[in-house]
Structures are given as structure tokens and as C-alpha cells.
Ligand binder design. Sequence first.
Ligand code: SF4
Ligand code: F3S
Length: 104
Amino acid sequence: TYVVNDKCIKCKFTDCVEVCPVDCFYEGENMLVIHPDECIDCGVCEPECPADAIKPDTDQGVERWLELARQYADVWPNITAKKDALPDAEALRDEPGKFEKYFS
Ligand code: SF4
Ligand code: F3S
């Protein structure tokens, strides 16, 4: 599976949802997650994210975000159409520690 990390938090550019062939993105208030059981590992979403928030689960350090996806993918609603990014998306794109500061 591919995994959305904390760079998505407070950004939600949503370019990713437009390209996913199986529509496996789910939307929380501040970020998206990919459903780990639905993702077919095609990889087309990875280069689409302006925040560089999407990584394969073979990358180092994604365990935390994979766990988050498992926790929320069945709870949050499915999102399949692009919409406006969050208001501070550009300003907070490279902000460190976004999970601790903003996740809700
Ligand atoms: Fe969707 Fe492919 Fe990205 Fe998985 S890797 S979330 S199937 S676009
Ligand atoms: Fe988030 Fe990037 Fe998609 S910021 S909503 S993972 S395009």
C-alpha cells in the first residue's frame, strides 16, 4: 500500500484523489488517508501530491502513518473529487511537527 504522511496535514491539496484508479482515499478534517486494504500499489498518486506526502509502505518511517490509516480509513468518508486545498496549505506545506500541532 501507499501511505499518506503528516505533510498532508493542514494542506489537503487533494490532487491525489483525482488519479486513484480504485478511489481509496478517505478524508479527515485535516488530512487524508489511503485505505491499506484497497490500495493496489499502482503508485500514480505519489508524484501528484504538491506536499510530497505520499510514500510507499516500503519506505522508512511510514509505520506511524500506516497505523493512522488503519485507524481511520473505515471511519472517515471516501473522497474521489478534487476540491480547494485548506486555506493555509501553501504556508504550512513544509512545516515540521504538524501531527503534534494540528492533527484532530
Ligand atoms: Fe490509489 Fe494507486 Fe495511490 Fe494506491 S498507489 S492510493 S491505488 S493511486
Ligand atoms: Fe494530502 Fe497531498 Fe493528497 S496534501 S490531500 S496527500 S495531494
